[in-house]
Design a protein around this ligand. Structure first.
Ligand code: CO
Length: 196
């Protein structure tokens, strides 16, 4: 018995459960994917894209990294976006942050974390852009507000990519949304940052 056998057991039960509901589920899905949504979210284990919006495999194209960042020169994220927009023709890009984000909390502190501090530096930029608004809030309020402001900033970054600009120039309908998820109650909130 291997340490991870239970994961394979889980997988068999999960696949059987889907097939019991729809015998053709995997054979249909294996021929093509046609997701309408690109989800850019945090890598946090408590924020699983499909489960939060209760969608099955095939419905959400997903990119996750620490603190749901869209960095101008991150070719990993940009490649996902280009494929989603130009090949899959998705209609909606959702940037989803979450309250209590460890990446944001680390960026707000002054401890050293090694390599990841270079990534978190982008969040420090967001903090600096919004220093007037954050000043005067309690530490907890600052963290939660910076989680929201980070989403707002990343929505702007998505809109400024050549990918979204080119798609819009070509007349495509492409909406970019900013959402935040509450890990304390499982509820999503639209930050009303939708760009169409
Ligand atoms: Co996070």
């Amino acid at each position: 018995m291997g340490d991870l056998d239970h994961l394979f057991e889980n997988n068999k039960k999960w696949a059987k459960g889907l097939l019991d509901g729809e015998p053709e589920f995997f054979s249909k899905l294996s021929k093509q994917q046609n997701p309408k949504y690109l989800w850019i979210g945090c890598a946090d284990s408590r924020v699983p894209a499909n489960q939060i919006v209760d969608l099955p495999p095939g419905e959400v194209f997903v990119h996750r990294n620490i603190a749901n960042m869209v960095v101008h020169t991150d070719f990993n994220c940009l490649s996902v976006m280009q494929y989603a927009v130009e090949v899959l023709n998705i209609d909606h890009i959702i940037v989803c942050g979450h309250y209590g984000c460890g990446g944001i909390a680390s960026a707000m502190g002054s401890d050293d974390h090694g390599l990841i501090d270079n990534w978190l530096r982008h969040i420090k930029d967001v903090e600096r852009f919004n220093v007037d608004e954050l000043r005067g809030l309690s530490e907890q309020e600052q963290l939660n507000r910076l989680c929201e402001l980070n989403v707002v900033e990343q929505v702007t970054n998505v809109c400024n990519t050549t990918i979204v600009r080119d798609a819009r120039r070509a007349g495509e309908n492409l909406s970019v949304h900013g959402w935040i998820y509450d890990i304390g109650n499982g509820i999503l909130k639209d930050l009303q940052q939708t760009s169409k």
